[in-house]
Design a protein around this ligand. Structure first.
Ligand code: ADP
Length: 482
């Protein structure tokens, strides 16, 4: 046989020895199959054309042709670059000097879709795919992988070439495959870009069989060979683990919170009973119903009474807190004479203001304003705001005002007190938050404003304030009128 003819032949012409190793490799074989002569010579043809055994590239088909010598078959083989080709091989067993050798004449009969698009895509998108942060695969209309980047190979534990030509379902756990085929068909019928994490709980499977959660985004790519789909795959194992831990923690926190709320509610009730006895009997002693008191006894009993009253306020605040936290506080919507409520609150606090030498200016509308609201909640908020104004003011006075606007009613409490620093604004309405101010000894729980803001919200309103340190503060309760 003419050596030069063989080598330079533009078609696939290959000669294999008895052992199936290549002894001649034509120029056409290099063009079609990718391997240079030097790479092909002396290699078993099966290894060149089917580097790994698989469904797509059955080594057996090549081995059978080699054994039989004379035959013809269309065989799917791998190009050197990993893409798939379909080659129509005609084989002849040679005689004479080359007895036992087999001549392979082949023609590339690859259908225009799979491999051509793979090459084309590799040239066009290969670099882009490699630069992507995620694992990316491009899948043809039949669901076969035509291109995969090295991130995909690493994530799934395959070599890139091992993925090419296989149904994309190989990357899914068994249980999801059938459903995925249906999804895929649906997507092919209505291709549209679908973003990551579109609410689907998806799983992928590594070569080792290990399943892991993923997020996938899909986009159609229209090419001359039909519509392909690019899929970006992101391993979200770590994120899922964090989410699970957070959920567990939240559940534990919610349980702990509920236990605390129940405990506080129970305790507050238990504490109030003996406290009522203390306050009640201190009162009767002070009224000298049980006998006369000397001056010192009277003074000490008044201290007991003041301390017990103070304790009762704290317990009541705690009870209010637990009710609000557990959602037990329900406000009723009933007609409330708001001007009367405001006047009652002012009357109750006038004594405290006067005891501190503060002027209490009350500026309320002459006519009643009836609000659809909750009397107890309104009264409690105004009481808190006014009591704070008196408590945190040492000189000057407090002004209590009420105004009606077209859509709402505004209550305003201004004082000439110590004021609030800008950096403390955020903390003011948090539970148990008291602002530390040197050696200020004013008593409080830090619950008043928190409860007031929560109650205001339940009434459909809000609390606002302005303040200047050393000059004073203005707190406003704004309630809707209907
Ligand atoms: P409490 O008065 O029981 O400490 P509050 O929730 O009513 O709790 O108020 C929280 C904090 O806001 C108070 O500790 C106080 O430092 C500050 N504050 C509230 N009202 C005023 C006011 N009118 N002037 C200055 N500071 C105030």
């Amino acid at each position: 046989m003419d050596e030069a003819l063989l080598t330079q032949h533009p078609d696939v012409l290959v000669v294999t020895g008895r052992d199936g190793r290549v002894v001649h490799w034509s120029h056409g074989a290099t063009v079609v199959l990718g391997h240079a002569v030097a790479e092909a010579l002396d290699q078993p043809l099966t290894m060149l054309l089917a580097p790994e055994e698989g469904v797509q590239v059955p080594r057996r088909a090549i081995a059978t042709l080699q054994d039989r010598g004379d035959g013809r078959a269309e065989v799917v083989v791998r190009h050197r670059d990993g893409s798939l080709l379909c080659v129509d091989f005609v084989t002849r067993r040679l005689r004479g000097a080359l007895t036992g050798h087999v001549l392979w004449a082949g023609r590339d009969v690859t259908p225009p879709t799979l491999v051509r698009s793979a090459r084309h895509l590799r040239a066009r998108y290969g670099g882009l795919l490699e630069a992507a942060p995620d694992a990316m695969v491009i899948v043809d209309a039949d669901g076969r992988i035509v291109l995969a980047n090295s991130q995909t190979a690493a994530l799934f534990g395959y070599a890139c070439e091992e993925l090419i030509g296989y149904p994309v379902e190989m990357l899914l756990p068994e249980a999801f495959r059938a459903a995925h085929v249906a999804h895929r068909r649906d997507f092919a019928a209505h291709p549209r870009t679908r973003a990551m994490g579109a609410g689907l709980a998806l799983y992928a499977m590594r070569r080792s069989g290990e399943a892991f959660p993923v997020e996938i985004s899909l986009s159609p790519i229209r090419t001359a060979d039909g519509t392909l789909t690019s899929a970006a795959i992101r391993d979200i194992t770590a994120r899922k683990a964090v989410e699970r831990r957070l959920q567990e923690q939240n559940l534990r926190l919610a349980q702990a919170n509920e236990a605390t709320t129940n405990f506080l509610a129970g305790m507050s009730h238990e504490l109030r009973t003996p406290l009522n006895a203390i306050i009640g009997f201190t009162g009767t002693l002070l009224m000298q119903m049980a006998g006369p008191l000397n001056e010192e006894q009277d003074k000490q009993l008044r201290t007991v009474q003041w301390a017990a009253q103070h304790l009762l306020t704290l317990i009541n605040d705690l009870l209010d807190l637990t009710r609000i936290e557990s959602g037990e506080t329900h406000v009723e919507r009933a007609p409330v004479p708001a001007v009367t409520v405001a006047r009652d609150v002012a009357t109750q606090l006038r004594g405290q203001a006067e005891d501190k030498g503060l002027a209490l200016e009350v500026d309320l509308p002459d006519d009643e304003i009836v609000l659809l609201s909750d009397r107890r909640a309104l009264s409690q908020i105004l009481m808190n705001l006014l009591a704070n104004a008196v408590k945190y003011t040492d000189m000057g006075g407090v002004r209590f005002m009420m105004r009606r606007t077209p859509s709402c009613v505004r209550f305003e409490v201004s004082d000439t007190g110590i004021g609030i620093r800008a950096e403390d604004r955020e903390r003011l309405f948090k539970a148990f938050s008291r602002l530390e101010r040197g050696n200020d000894t004013r008593q409080g729980t830090g619950l008043g404003l928190y409860l007031s803001a929560r109650l205001a919200a339940l009434l459909g309103g809000r609390i606002e304030f302005d303040s200047t340190v050393g000059t004073g503060s203005t707190f406003r309760l704004i309630l809707p009128e209907d």
